[in-house]
Design a protein around this ligand. Structure first.
Ligand code: PLP
Length: 387
């Protein structure tokens, strides 16, 4: 077992380290400032004011009004809430359009809705991981309640042309939700310039703690709450707020807004050096997905002739954290649904690993990974060839 100090964390799409400045911001709200933000006395109202500052900080990062920011418990809840609300808008519009490469938060929810009788259209992707915009346009009908399409894929980093997609959906009169959990903090954008109705983000992918998220709800949209009960969040999301984590998320968004350009350059350089290093040192490696339209921090690599599960185990022993598919599917030996949707055969899908870089990675991490990974790949190939 490696110690934390020699850990090489290359799995920033699974979760990120909480930024020390975020921890510091959060601590008083876990200790002395424990008031309930819904209480009318000053001890509660002080907490409420801090929540509103957090809301403003999130809004500044995503280019929305603070009133369009709804705090939730995670990215998954945000996505569920968006889908639920869109289906509650009009009884005659119960059709959903989504893609085959979504995160399980959307995928499993839509599968469940399909079982309950909602018609669902699943858009496929090409070998670059891109959807066909003509097919999207044709899929939307007068009965379509919602189009839910992720902005950036968590496994491959491939980004969809979300502005164009939002325009198409608006033109056809349906509601549009995008899962931007992997986008926020990595790609700058302003929702006020876009035709997006709902957007989901998650704290822990952005150097805030786990268990806090945001659903952006465009102010012109009629919203039906997913969680009902108390009047928190302006009656749009019941349940006492996770105050410390929300305040932490606000701080994380403030830092992201300040550092986004610098950070994108930093992680892109690390990703590029890593990718080129692997391609130069290990034979038969291919990049999965569109190499141009993708996040700056992610690379999904197909190592020919290896089982990624075997690689993961040996890499873990050497302190390298990365993943095969998404964290949510680890433990199942199913090949990634994303790579399969891209038309890759099971061998390619099962031999693929995702490496995702972040704010706290260094060139030394890349150098160390480039020593270890080729050695492990060769070892796994030797064992496979002997079997
Ligand atoms: C992590 C992730 C989610 C889920 O967010 P949670 O806060 O963990 O529920 C949803 N979509 C994408 C693309 C993700 O990467």
């Amino acid at each position: 077992m490696s110690t934390a100090s020699d850990l090489i964390y290359l799995d920033n799409n699974a979760t990120t380290r909480v930024d020390p400045a975020v921890v510091e911001e959060m601590l008083p709200w876990l200790s002395e400032n424990y008031g309930n933000p819904s209480s009318g006395y000053r001890f509660g109202q002080k907490v409420n004011a801090a929540l509103e500052t957090a809301r403003e900080r999130v809004a500044a990062l995503i280019g929305s009004e603070p009133g369009e920011v709804l705090f939730t418990s995670c990215g998954t809840e945000s996505t569920n809430a968006a889908i639920h609300s869109a289906l509650a808008m009009d009884r005659d519009r119960q059709h959903i359009v989504t893609t085959r490469v979504e995160h399980s938060a959307t995928l499993k929810t839509c599968e469940l809705l399909a079982k309950r009788g909602h018609p669902v259209t699943w858009l496929g992707v090409n070998s670059d991981g891109q959807i066909d915009l003509g097919e999207l346009e044709r899929a939307i009908t007068d009965e379509t309640a919602l189009v839910s399409i992720m902005w950036a894929n968590n496994e491959t980093g491939v980004t969809f042309p979300i502005e164009k997609i939002a325009d198409i959906v608006r033109e056809k009169g349906a509601v549009f939700h995008t899962d931007a959990v992997q986008t926020v903090g990595k790609i700058p954008f302003a929702l006020r310039d876009m035709k997006v109705n709902f957007l989901s983000l998650s704290g822990h992918k952005l150097h805030a703690p786990k268990g806090v998220g945001v659903l952006y709800v465009n102010r012109r949209l009629k919203f039906t709450p997913f969680l009902t009960g108390g009047g928190q969040e302006g009656g749009r999301r019941a349940g006492t707020e996770n105050t410390a984590s929300i305040i932490a998320l606000g701080k994380a968004c403030e830092i992201a807004a300040q550092q986004i350009a610098h950070e994108a350059t930093h992680v892109k350089k690390l990703r590029g050096d890593f990718e080129n290093g692997i391609l130069a040192r290990v034979e038969g490696v291919r990049i999965n997905g569109d190499p141009v339209n993708r996040l700056p921090n992610t690379t999904s690599l197909a190592f020919g002739g290896v089982e990624s599960e075997a690689m993961l185990m040996l890499l873990d022993q050497r302190g390298i954290c990365c993943s095969a598919g998404s964290a949510c599917t680890t433990g199942q030996h199913e090949p990634s649904h994303v790579l399969r949707a891209m038309g890759y055969d099971d061998t390619r899908a099962r031999g693929s690993l995702r490496f995702s870089f972040g704010r706290f990675n260094t060139p030394a991490d890349v150098a160390r990974a480039l020593e270890i990974i080729p050695e492990i790949a060769e070892k796994v190939r030797r064992v496979a060839a002997a079997a």
